[in-house]
Design a protein around this ligand. Structure first.
Ligand code: ADP
Ligand code: MG
Length: 600
């Protein structure tokens, strides 16, 4: 049968329909293309309207440049664009669109009306196209800017229309597309109306922070720290989520390259590395990142849907993202809006005498009048929101805090340990539960890493060198990393086969067993290797595993040890989670307690 067929050029309307299906596969992609055009036209207000999940109507109005009659007619032709002239222009794209395909595609597969007027024109132009066929062109009165109505999307491509999902599903894709541009252009006013109901009204002239608050609410904003970083022609702005506000997927990660929503494996990798040791496996931070760099250093042409980008100097972008996020999370200056101003409450001690109940809820061990001491400020996390407040780096030491009185947690009282484990503390703002293992891991990890990074690890010789036999896979990994381990304070040499001799360990790891350390280290190296990490990543993985092993041994703590932990934790750069991302402390403010007890 095929042998009887001859080659034929497809008529334009067929070719257009086929091509159109690639640009426009669902209502959300129409919204994306039309909103991009509006933004490229310099609009300061963009209104999107959807009926029946976009099957009946998608409309986008803007107050941008508008078009004259000739341009309006050209705009719906394939490969008609005002945004590039020559192939070289692809090298430095400053607009969201450039392929000149969207309007041609949309008008080929819908009932399409374009109404547009330039500021300097007396009247506007209306162009009506149904399924690629021009129905009318006329002068009309209309406001400056452009409005496009798209009705009955894919009405003439039933094979594709069939693939549209439920109204709900299509709508959620539309909302997502809308959200992305509302975020990429916070200074532009946006409105989204669904079935005649206004869903979003976002004011023009907003800052990123305003926009985030309007879209996601104040709780999310409290869990963010500003990012502001510049290096190697790469500028980074935006907000990075604190570890406590992490999620199981990347759905709340928005990255824009030169205001263009972008994704790239490199960016995911960099974000992962920036949060390494702050989040457990499988958790992802909330992130709103605006990356700016010279357009000639980014290739946005890789992906037809223009989402995936490539970089001329990927290393610089990766390093900037890592450094920018880390700096933001570590920054000491507290965000004033985030610091709590809760009034001082006279926190009555939880009985100096043990409660008489048969099975006391809280066992207070060897507790003299509870010990109160001052220590550097450590802002606390209200347990009702994921947010931590304010920054935390301090100069260490336990001198009386100069800010005492203003600082959220200027003193603290140790009430005891519960469950044979958790430390209970009272502060001037509320109740704190601390997991001493997690806290100790965090402290140890930071101390160890700072020694490693400064190339100043102190190692401690073992009285009798230990011979360690490892499983073949573990041995292989350790062998490959012997020099790194030496740099990190392990006195280690190969002893033939899968055996090693260890004659020194990093001093900060105390009396740990060499065998346990090496086994744990090897497992974490496997993970680091599997994720293609850098040397820094390997170092962190080693430190992470080693600290966990070193800490495991200790259980009961005396008051001095607890006090030491609190002071050291307050001085940590990232006090709220252990290096594996578990929380170190849980805080409940007196305000929260009052609320829970109905005392408002
Ligand atoms: P592209 O955006 O890739 O150039 P489109 O098919 O989306 O291709 O648009 C074609 C041209 O129509 C654009 O280059 C622009 O000149 C014009 N245009 C489209 N939408 C608008 C708009 N909302 N306001 C002003 N001009 C527009
Ligand atoms: Mg376009």
């Amino acid at each position: 049968m095929s042998s009887e067929r001859h080659i034929q050029l497809l008529p334009d309307h067929v070719a257009n329909k086929i091509a159109a299906g690639e640009v426009v596969d669902r209502p959300a992609s129409v919204v994306k293309e039309l909103v991009e055009n509006a933004l490229d036209a310099g609009a300061t207000q963009v209104d999107v309207q959807i009926v029946a999940g976009g099957r009946k109507l998608i409309s986008v109005s803007d107050n941008g440049s508008g078009m004259n009659r000739d341009d309006a007619l050209l705009s719906v032709e394939r490969h008609a664009t005002s945004k590039i002239r020559d192939v070289d222009d692809i090298e430095r794209i400053g607009t969201l669109g450039f392929r000149g395909e969207a309007l041609a595609a949309i008008s080929a597969v819908a009932q399409f009306t374009l109404t547009t007027r330039r500021r300097d024109a007396e009247s506007g132009t209306e162009v009506v196209i149904h399924g690629g066929k021009m129905q009318a062109v006329r002068d009309v009165g209309c406001p400056v800017g452009t409005t496009i109505h798209v009705r009955h999307l894919l009405f003439n491509v039933p094979a594709r229309r069939k693939f549209l999902r439920s109204e709900q599903t299509e709508l959620s894709h539309v909302r997502q597309a809308f959200l992305v541009y509302a975020l990429s252009h916070p200074s532009v006013g946006f409105r989204l109306t669904v079935d005649e109901r206004e869903v979003y009204r976002l004011a023009a002239g907003a800052s990123v922070e305003d926009r985030l608050r309007d879209l996601f609410g104040p709780d999310l904003v409290k869990a963010l720290r500003p990012v502001d970083y510049h290096a190697h022609d790469v500028t980074l702005r935006g907000y990075a989520g604190l570890p406590a506000a992490s999620r199981a997927d990347r759905a709340e990660q928005y990255i824009f390259i030169n205001t263009r929503p972008a994704s790239a494996p490199l960016l995911n990798y960099a974000v992962g590395e920036a949060y390494h040791t702050l989040l457990p496996h499988g958790r992802h931070p909330v992130l709103f990142l605006y990356v700016e760099l010279d357009p000639s250093l980014v290739d946005v042409n890789v992906h037809p849907a223009k989402k995936e980008v490539r970089f001329r100097s990927p290393g610089d972008v990766r390093d900037a993202v890592i450094a920018g996020i880390r700096e933001s999370l570590e920054r000491a200056s507290p965000n004033p809006e985030l610091s709590s101003t809760a009034s001082r409450t006279s926190g009555a001690a939880i009985g100096a005498e043990p409660p008489p109940a048969r099975k006391p809820l809280i066992t207070i061990e060897n507790l003299p009048p509870a010990r109160t001491f001052s220590y550097p400020r450590m802002p606390m996390i209200p347990s009702e929101s994921p947010a931590t407040s304010a920054g935390s780096r301090s100069d260490g030491g336990r001198a009386v805090d100069k800010d005492r009185g203003q600082s959220p947690w200027a003193w603290c009282r140790i009430l005891g340990q519960v469950g044979g484990l958790y430390v209970v503390l009272e502060t001037d703002e509320g109740l704190v539960l601390m997991d001493p293992h997690a806290a100790h891991e965090r402290i140890l990890f930071e101390k160890y890493m700072s020694e490693v990074l400064a190339n100043k690890v102190t190692s401690q010789g073992l009285l009798t060198p230990e011979t360690v036999d490892l499983a073949p896979r573990d041995a292989l990994r350790v062998r490959e990393n012997v020099s790194l381990l030496r740099k990190m304070g392990f006195g280690i040499s190969e002893f033939g086969g899968d055996s090693f001799i260890v004659d020194a360990l990093p001093a900060c790891l105390g009396q740990s067993s060499a065998a346990a350390l090496l086994t744990a280290v090897s497992a974490s190296l496997e993970e680091a290797g599997a994720r293609g990490g850098t040397e820094r990543w390997s170092e962190e993985s080693i430190a992470q595993a080693a600290c966990k092993t070193a800490v495991k041994a200790r259980d009961r703590l005396n008051l001095d040890e607890i006090e030491r932990l609190v002071v050291d934790l307050a001085g940590a750069e990232m006090p709220y989670t252990c290096p594996h991302g578990r929380p170190t402390i849980i805080f409940m403010s007196f305000n929260e307690l009052h609320k829970k007890f109905g005392r408002t």
